[in-house]
Design a protein around this ligand. Structure first.
Ligand code: SF4
Length: 119
């Protein structure tokens, strides 16, 4: 059990609401560059609130992509409101672009063509 808990290749963190699985290799962490220093391996956890989309620890499955599609559909529906204040509309558009990029990157990596109009 101790070997499993300290194996750096098996430090997986999943959140049912997240759009990724964090495969926590402390030497690649972008959310907390000091994580590998002085922290016991079993005590290392990712900082979700500072998750960096460029981190090499990110992995995604089709389940995450389905979540991204569902969020994108909701965001597009929210954007359709005619009386949205500009800052809120802009924020929603940026969230949409983020989800679209996640979906497209995943589909490209899987060798599939993302259906960009299916949202
Ligand atoms: S930046 Fe994100 S994926 Fe990378 S270690 Fe932190 S929480 Fe995990």
């Amino acid at each position: 059990m101790k070997a499993l808990r300290t194996n750096p290749g098996l430090q997986l963190f999943e959140d049912p609401e997240a759009l990724l699985t964090c495969n926590l290799d402390p030497y690649k962490v972008l959310c907390d560059p000091d994580l590998a220093k002085g922290t016991k391996p079993s005590m290392r956890t990712p900082s979700w609130n500072r998750c960096n989309p460029a981190c090499a620890n990110i992995s995604r499955t089709d389940t995450h992509i389905q979540r991204a599609r569902e969020q994108l559909a909701g965001l597009n529906a929210d954007c359709a409101g005619p009386h949205l204040p500009h800052p809120i509309r802009r924020r929603l558009e940026l969230c949409c672009a983020s989800r679209e990029k996640i979906i497209q990157t995943h589909e490209d990596a899987a060798g599939r063509t993302a259906d960009r109009d299916s949202t």
